[in-house]
Design a protein around this ligand. Sequence first.
Ligand code: NDP
Length: 329
Amino acid sequence: MPAEYCERMRAIEVARFGGPEVLTLVDLPAPEPGPGQLLVRTDAVGINFIDTYFRTGLYPRELPYVPGTEGTGRVVAVGEGVADVGVGDRVSWASADGSYAEQVLVPAAVAVPVPDPVPAEQAASALLQGMTAHYLLNSTYPAQPGETVLVHAGAGGVGLLLTQLAAAKDVRVITTVSTDEKETLSREAGAAEVLRYTDDLAERVRDLTGGEGVAAVYDGVGAATFESSLASLRIRGTLALFGAASGPVPPFDLQRLNPAGSLYVTRPTLAHHVRTREELMWRAGDVFAAVADGTLTVRVGARYPLAQAEQAHRDLEARRTTGSIVLVP
Ligand code: NDP
């Protein structure tokens, strides 16, 4: 084994569902890469809102587990049958369980080579949120130049990336944010109009669209915004409900979509948009190429030592973070 491989490693473990306090630093034996797997020493780990859904038990899973699905690092060992990745290579991934750790088992099928100019913190946090923005904008509702869309949580991880990608396509972006600082960031990312989550939000959106409403709403906030998202759509508009930062949306009567304007509602997820290696490399390649050439900025709003994963979750859930956030082991 090369020098960087360590037989033991620090990791975060969740042994019971609950608040951020259940994120516990532990010392574990390093896992062994099986067939088709890489063992990667992490340089940085991406923290995503979905990590909080698993931690609370909203999304069920077996206990105990090491949280996190995203990161970047250098390969320290390869399992049987791995052909095109070698020890020392830099890779990133968006879907390898157990990423809040100094060493992570990554299926070679989901490992993506990192272009040299992309620094570790950006490489750790660009893929999951960037590929989400990519599929929302290119596959779920492919917004056209000149159309107007609404992006909730415009200064969040997905929000800043989605706004930049949409603005680059000459799509007019209206966002929502909760603070003045977030408004500034959202405008810098290319938002044409930035609103607060007020009761008359849909009215404001209609005023900004000549009474028509927007072609699509990309809504990762969920319970708190769902009704105003629907009310903000134009006839035959699309609501892409891709998350639940404020809580899950309650059951919904489909019949309401008819008088509201023959609306479309979908609840997409990244895993269904990177099902083949080809599709993964298309989206990841686009994201990393744009980050490498400077046309897409990944704002890392905060970084935390691995041992402070608890604080990172507290900040994320309290809406204190902007852009992407990472753990640095
Ligand atoms: P963000 O960085 O966007 O953080 C969440 C943001 O949501 C907050 O900063 C806050 O911004 C806003 N928010 C509004 N209401 C609340 C609330 N009650 N509690 C907490 N936050 C709130 O997180 P991510 O970029 O990691 O994820 C954004 C959303 O996208 C999440 O719902 C996540 O689950 C989803 N997602 C879905 C994917 C998919 O494929 N379906 C993949 C990736 C992410 P503000 O203060 O401005 O309101």
